[in-house]
Design a protein around this ligand. Structure first.
Ligand code: ARG
Length: 589
């Protein structure tokens, strides 16, 4: 079935054109209400049509309602205030829907009508530099968006646009020649930790020593012109970084296809040539640039996008232009998504603008920068280690696991029980990693967020442990009542066990369960995974309210079965929803 909001919108559109002619197909301005006083959904379109139709909004609302056919879904619509139309889902509809979603693997959520090819560029760390918390956000948000887009039916190409072609290689090669010549020809003589400190040392020399700078520069030229020795070191360095990044991806259950900057290298001269032929290139202090209207620097002067530097080298932007052209022409992308920190907003605006102008990004293809804010330390400043260095991702994840383990140990001690070692390891690992992921995803990504292990590991509030606990709690009801929710006997009951929504908490829970599809569709559209977190959080809260008010195992049949079915649907929704945030549930914790 189509998500509910979409169905209702279609009904409103039909009513609008029946009442005011086929041209009146504006957006029905329908949204879920936050206050049950106004029903479950409210439509505000009558107010916005008042002026164009030159009628009173209330009159318009009456005409819409006269043509609105929602009797199978809702109670009779009510007109409120100046002309709001309020809808309340009917109990019989909710009960019938629940029966339907029970029996469906996808919990009744249909696939989009027009599947797109969506290219998601995320994670994208830089080779020979360490992955840091900034890349963590991109990795976690990107993975979740990719999962949600796939789930609703799009085809998703997940691309890791690693920085494997910058000037850092010139410095590194020149520096390695002096301090670790064996690393130039032998694999695995360094680990990424060494590589990072080597990079720092090389950068220092580069900034201070003219002769070294010149040598580094020659190495870049050698690499870019295909010198075999330079290529060999480059490849060794990339392989090594790649393996170490993979450790993190495996840990986080993140799946990506690497297509780094170097991949586009052969296309760069063509990019320059095409821009030149289109008459878009302007020489500015020896560099070839494109000036776009509307882009100015602080002084109000036109801001160039540099395509080729005076020394002939290409830029980050040039590679991104080539990648856009490739993603449209070769990958057949309908939608290009870039999950990159908010600091690069201007870069993407310029690059998208130039690509549009050059015809590489046709109007039919949507390109979106999905920006995110910084990760802040407890002091409100950019997260750093005590000694002021950028925090390594691996250390951060390790610490989350260690702390989750300590929490678990103390809970067990309180209850004076112990568990086998492999249980404790598994719980600590899942809870720790989920906490880090969820803390990131549950914030509106456009703002910066404060990183706090204490908050993210807390069993209270909008946290991963809270959500995991809600899931485990349903499972414990199953264990207590001798019901195996995962077994074939229970599966055979799904879709055949009527749910009866007698209590207000049951009704509220059912409505929330049925809103899940709308939330997923909305995230697939506006790319804000925090909406999904919020929905699941509210689901857990509504479940708790239901559980406090409605006995399950102690209820008489057929209420008992009906309530068990509600429990099961909640658990399945949580499991599916969390999996789209790349969080796997625990049966017990
Ligand atoms: N490597 C870049 C960085 O660490 C991110 C690349 C993002 N993707 C892109 N197509 N520009 O800042």
């Amino acid at each position: 079935m189509k998500p509910l909001l979409q169905q209702l919108k279609a009904r409103f559109s039909a009513a609008l054109s029946a009442a005011f002619g086929p041209d009146a197909t504006t957006d029905p301005l329908l949204a879920a209400t936050s206050d049950p006083k106004f029903g479950d959904y409210q439509c505000n379109v009558a107010l916005s049509l008042a002026r164009p139709l030159a009628q009173k909004p209330r009159q318009i609302a009456e005409q819409i309602v006269a043509h609105l056919d929602v009797a199978d879904l809702c109670e009779p619509p009510k007109i409120a205030g100046p002309g709001f139309i309020n809808l309340t889902l009917s109990r019989s509809y909710l009960e019938a829907q629940l029966l339907q979603i029970q029996s469906d693997e996808r919990l009744g959520i249909s696939l989009v009508e027009k599947p797109q090819m969506v290219v998601v560029d995320f994670s994208s760390p830089n080779i020979a530099k360490e992955m840091h918390v900034g890349h963590l956000r991109s990795t976690i948000i990107g993975e979740s968006l990719a999962r949600i887009l796939e789930f609703v039916g799009h085809q998703v190409l997940r691309l890791n646009h690693v920085g494997d072609w910058g000037t850092q290689f010139g410095m590194l090669i020149a520096h390695l020649q002096d301090v670790h010549p064996e690393a130039l020809t032998t694999a695995d003589t360094l680990d990424l930790g060494d590589l990072v400190s080597l990079y720092r040392a090389a950068k220092k020399r580069f900034d201070e020593d003219e002769a070294f700078k010149e040598r580094a520069h020659q190495k870049v030229v050698a690499l870019q012109s295909g010198d075999p020795a330079a290529r060999q070191v480059w490849k060794l360095l990339c392989d090594q970084s790649r393996r170490e990044f993979q450790v993190i991806y495996d840990l986080l259950d993140v799946h990506l296809q690497e297509r780094g900057e170097s991949f586009y290298e052969p296309f760069l001269p063509g990019i320059v040539q095409e821009l030149d032929e289109l008459g878009l290139l302007v020489e500015n202090q020896g560099a070839l640039c494109v000036f776009l209207e509307g882009f100015t620097n602080r002084e109000g002067e036109p801001l160039p996008l540099i395509i080729q530097k005076a020394d002939g080298g290409y830029n980050y932007a040039t590679t991104d232009l080539a990648s856009i052209r490739y993603r449209v022409r070769e990958d057949q992308g309908d939608r290009l998504i870039y999950v990159v920190d908010a600091g690069q907003s201007l870069h993407f605006q310029q690059v998208f603008g130039v690509a549009r102008k050059a015809g590489w990004l046709p109007e039919s293809v949507e390109a979106t920068h999905v920006p995110f804010g910084l990760v802040l330390g407890e002091d409100g400043k950019k997260l750093r280690t005590r000694s002021g260095e950028t925090v390594r991702l691996q250390d951060l994840l390790d610490e989350a696991i260690v702390r989750a383990r300590a929490d678990l140990e103390s809970r067990l001690q309180e209850r004076e029980i112990d568990e086998p070692e492999d249980f404790k390891t598994q719980v600590a690992q899942r809870v720790g990693l989920s906490a880090v992921k969820y803390a990131d995803l549950s914030q509106n990504r456009t703002s910066s967020y404060g990183f706090s292990f204490d908050k993210m590991l807390s069993l209270k509030g909008n946290t991963a442990p809270y959500m995991l606990y809600a899931y485990a709690r349903v499972q414990s009801i199953g264990r207590e009542g001798g019901i195996d929710f995962a077994g074939p006997d229970f599966a055979a009951l799904r879709g055949k066990t009527p749910v009866s929504l007698d209590e207000p908490t049951e009704l509220a829970l059912a409505k929330h369960l049925l809103g899940f599809g709308d939330v997923l569709y909305q995230v697939a559209d506006d790319l804000l995974p925090n909406r999904l977190c919020q929905h699941l959080f509210e689901l857990s809260q509504k479940y708790n309210q239901f559980y406090e008010n409605c006995p399950v195992l102690k209820a008489e049949e057929p209420i008992r079965s009906s309530r068990l079915m509600l429990c099961d649907t909640v658990a399945r929704t949580l499991k599916l929803g969390l999996s789209l945030l790349s969080i796997s549930v625990l049966e017990r914790m």
